[in-house]
Design a protein around this ligand. Structure first.
Ligand code: ZN
Ligand code: ZN
Length: 324
């Protein structure tokens, strides 16, 4: 840990030690894969939503992932699919659907004729609405986009229609479609998984840790910071900081949350107030509950900053402006 972080903590009557688990984050961060995943996650808030949903469901392309993705997207009010519908009264036929994975994702002004009622539609970007009815195909398209960036690996999960014998392949050949046991046709489903075993360091409890790494990576080159610090007063553990920052004798404390429920923070507020000049709560894939945010604000006032999921990429700027 940087000596300036420690000495600043000490000047406030506290001490700090690095949590053992921190090694896992630092070990992961130096892998080639970490940079590829980081690039994908930074692309858009919806990439983080999809990644979080996959983690929480153990990378299974099932209805649970889809449900989780749609709920999270609705919660933050942003989707990776936008759609335009026919403007004619009572028609509402879909004219176009754009996926973040498409090169022309950003809507432009254009005209499109409706297939159903033949009305000529003059479309501007304002006519495109966020689509929260993400389908399996939409999600596959986004994950394939991540696959092309190296953030995911494709596994083909094949199972026999007759005897249910299941296998995994990473490449197809004719045999992929025939059961080795009963020679019947197999069905194939595509799974996107993380390719690197080292990512296990980030996903042991399905929650949080990947996001701590992500937030730390966003800021670590521009400021004194340390993930996973246990702050102590004497021999007593006071709290665990996801990330601790120091700038000009001021302490910043960052809490990274990959879930809506942040109520566990409330009990720590008196200690947070004593330790930190700034407390930053960063939300990954869903918003924190308003009543919790209000309670933190009431206790910490201007010391408190909430960073919503779509603002996370600005974390570096936020950190610097608040610790000035
Ligand atoms: Zn129409
Ligand atoms: Zn079989």
């Amino acid at each position: 840990m940087k000596s300036t972080i420690l000495s600043t903590l000490q000047s406030k009557g506290f001490s700090g030690i690095i949590r053992k688990n921190n090694q896992k984050i630092e070990k992961f961060d130096v892998t080639d894969y970490a940079q590829k995943l980081f690039t994908f996650l930074r692309k858009d808030v919806t990439c983080r939503v999809a990644f979080s949903a996959l983690l929480k469901t153990n990378f299974f392309n099932n209805d649970k992932v889809l449900k989780n993705v749609n709920e999270s997207l609705k919660n933050i009010g942003t989707s990776f699919v936008r759609k335009a519908i026919c403007q004619a009264q009572r028609c509402h036929t879909q004219l176009e659907r754009l996926n973040l994975a498409d090169e022309d994702f950003e809507p432009t002004s254009k005209h499109m004729n409706c297939n159903k009622c033949s009305q000529r539609n003059e479309l501007s970007p304002d006519n495109y609405a966020q689509d929260f009815g993400i389908t399996q195909n939409d999600l596959m398209k986004l994950l394939h986009f991540g696959f092309r960036m190296g953030a995911f690996q494709v596994n083909y999960h094949t199972a026999c229609f007759k005897c249910s014998k299941a296998t995994y392949v990473t490449k197809f050949n004719e045999a992929s479609f025939t059961c080795s046991k009963c020679k019947k046709l197999k069905f194939v489903t595509t799974e996107y998984i993380v390719p690197d075993a080292s990512v296990d360091n980030l996903i042991e409890n399905k929650l949080g840790r990947w996001f701590e790494w992500y937030c730390w990576k966003l800021i670590k080159n521009g400021i004194n910071c340390q993930p996973n610090v246990i702050v102590k007063k004497g021999n007593q553990e006071v709290l665990e900081a996801d990330i601790l920052l120091e700038k000009d004798g001021k302490i910043g404390l960052i809490e990274c949350k990959d879930r809506e429920d942040c109520s566990d923070i409330l009990a720590k507020l008196p200690d947070i107030k004593r330790i930190a000049n700034v407390f930053i709560l960063v939300s990954a894939s869903s918003r924190a509950e308003n009543k919790v945010l209000a309670a933190i604000k009431a206790k910490l006032g201007n010391k408190f900053v909430w960073v919503s999921p779509e603002k996370v990429h600005e974390l570096n700027t936020i950190v610097h402006s608040k610790l000035n």
